[in-house]
Design a protein around this ligand. Structure first.
Ligand SMILES: [Zn+2]
Length: 132
């Protein structure tokens, strides 16, 4: 999988800080720089940022990775509910599956996600880990 450097730079606010646009009509958090709310279609959005912690709702261990993540296998993918109710899917880090329990508190950290195959650009982004 290849990532154009220009795409990566545009995605950095979400990848690094979980920034997006929150709808002033319905309160839905829209990741990245969406201009129209995915839930209600409103164009009245304000810049916002998700909390740096949440609750682990579910997780799985991946042995068949998506392209670009072959070197990370096995890795843990988590479904996390943030305090505002936003659901986020992301990788877990700094832990083993046996250390995880559904409902536990997790926090965000910025870690290396992968190295782009063509440009060799190192892609960083938010991962989750158990609260220390
Ligand atoms: Zn909305």
């Amino acid at each position: 999988m290849s990532t154009r450097p220009s795409s990566y730079w545009r995605l950095r606010p979400y990848l690094y800080r979980l920034e997006g646009n929150r709808c002033t009509q319905c309160g839905h958090f829209n990741p990245f720089s969406r201009k129209i709310c995915r839930k209600c279609g409103s164009r009245r959005l304000e810049r916002d940022r998700l909390a740096n912690h949440g609750k682990l709702k579910h997780f799985t261990v991946v042995y068949q990775p998506q392209n670009g993540l072959e070197k990370n296998v096995p890795y843990i993918v988590a479904w996390v509910e943030m305090p505002d109710g936003t659901q986020v899917i992301g990788q877990m880090t700094d832990c083993e599956p046996s250390e995880l329990t559904v409902g536990m508190d997790v926090e965000t950290v910025v870690r290396k996600i992968r190295v782009d195959g063509e440009s060799k650009l190192i892609i960083y982004g938010v991962k989750f880990r158990p609260v220390l």
